[in-house]
Design a protein around this ligand. Sequence first.
Ligand code: GLA
Length: 390
Amino acid sequence: MRKLLFLTLCIFCCSVKAQKFEGLAKKPPMGWNSWNKFECKINETIIREIADALVKTGMKDAGYEYITVDDCWQIGRDSLGNILADPAKFPSGMKSLVDYVHSKGLKFGIYSDAGTQTCQGRPGSRGYEFQDARTYAKWGVDLLKYDWCNHGKQNAEASYTIMRDAIYKAGRPMVLSICEWGTNKPWEWGAAIGHTWRTTEDIINCFDCKNNWGGLGVLQIIDLQVEIGGYSGPGHWNDPDMLEIGNGVLTVNEERAHISMWSMFSAPLIAGNDIRNMSAGTNEVLTNKEVLAIDHDGLGISATRWMKYGELEIWFKPLNDHDFVFCFLNRSNQPVTINQDLKTTIKNYKVDGSYNVRDVWKHKDNGTTEDNIKGTIAGHDVLMLKLTRK
Ligand code: GLA
């Protein structure tokens, strides 16, 4: 009898499997991350001021929610292996910083790495996954960006699964943002493990360029999304990396193109600029609610590239309520003139003449689909048109 009871218990325990926390990212996460602007030059004052600015600038109202401290917050481990925040940069400690961010009605994200060290040589979570997840849970962390440097011969899927299980065991729901750079095709296995996965190497602050070490510009990242849109959806999103809007290099046209295409992909929208000192123009690009609504559309379907005429591409995305978006992307730095009939059938979606057309950047109606769309698109800019049934 005792043996039977033991066996039944074992079977029960083995079947209570760790899993990812569901329901945390029904829409692509939005927020701010310290890396693109500050790299390792972070401290608690900056993070607190960014939290204040997120509220003051209207970004919080527009939907930006997570504040994530990226690499370089960690300094070592104590004798028990607990991860330690750098006391010079975070003298009040992480818990108090998390509390501050929460007090603003925002959520807190933290960064670690699946390998032995982070990309900046700080302690990674390899071998400490459960302990680190417990620490983050104790601090009140809501999101973990989990990087892939110094992973040696580790298997990516297995490594990310360990952290997923560790978070589950720690008992606090956290978005798991897989930052594996697309090396092992995380779109094929990431949905059961995390909520977002990076699809490419790091973004660099330029529209059309490529670095030898692998950094990619906005256009180069867009090109890598063409084949993988189908893997993304509510709860599990392709992540083409954070935004470079407001970081002083992209023109306003390029910034519009950047956030428009990220919204076409239903990508996480993670601002990466110093929002304490941003221009009104940058603020406007980051908080265009008509564009953000496309990113956050309930269907969560990533766009398809419908047409490519040389340097002009037309991307298509179905929306809730049988609405659609067409985004014309002018890759060249010269203006392009268009005269385009939008009546078509794309992947079983029929676009006929019965739609009103709205330019979501000009905030103006632009005729109906009965007529061709005509006009000029500036270099490195987009024309983003939302179609609503008449
Ligand atoms: C990697 C990631 C970046 C950033 C840095 C920090 O390169 O892809 O997004 O987190 O590490 O070191």
